[in-house]
Write a protein that binds this ligand. Sequence first.
Ligand code: PAF
Length: 259
Amino acid sequence: MNVLRSLKELDQFVFEKKQMGKQIGFVPTMGFLHAGHISLIHLSNQQSDITIASIYVNPSQFNDVNDFNKYPKNEEADLKLLKANFCDAVFIPEKAQIDSLQKVSIDLGGLDNIMEGICRPGHFQGVVEVVYRLFSVVMPDKAFFGEKDFQQLQIIKKMVETLNLPVEIIGAPILREPNGLAMSSRNSRLSKEARENTGFIYEVLKSFVKTEKHILEKRLFELGFKLEYLEKHDFGGQKRLFIAGVYDGVRLIDNIELN
Ligand code: PAF
């Protein structure tokens, strides 16, 4: 696996592969990889000739500096996992290299005025900024994102459509821990006991259709979950239920399909 730490190395790698007519699949990440990320690597391997991952904890998408500082990191383990799963290259840039790239700011058509957009002001403009910059240098044919961040996935699709970028965006199903907790790098910040208890989040999502919302809100409160939102939204005919809140000091999000 090629570990590319500069734009020059990345440019060279991408240029060679494009010259050979290879289709590039891209999996952008913030590192501390888990099985959910690896499922994206597998999808990309199935659907592309070459898979490039990136590891970059993007400061501009954190509205809370503590959250940014506490974001878990383990580059050595990430590299092992990517290599073992046949990722062809990983781009690990420094902030200055990302900052040197052209950025965009686009109208997200209201997609950023709900849920995460309200709870994390500026978050989605930060995501758009970095994903656009990464796309401009990786030049992928396809890019893969997990449905745990379903709102983010819609926003990236919107960016690609608005800017007419030549990349296909592919969403992949959420992977869950045995108790139903959606996989996330942030789960590592939960205590062992809290992590074992968090199955109730998925249970609440699943019981939403047959239970009144205020009863679920009460249950979440009693379990010590500081609810930020529990809302239904329809994205182009896809009805989903979304939840976000803080448990054991860690902010967690999840969603399920309602159809
Ligand atoms: O989903 C993430 O991990 C991040 O938001 C992304 C897409 C890598 C951009 O920093």
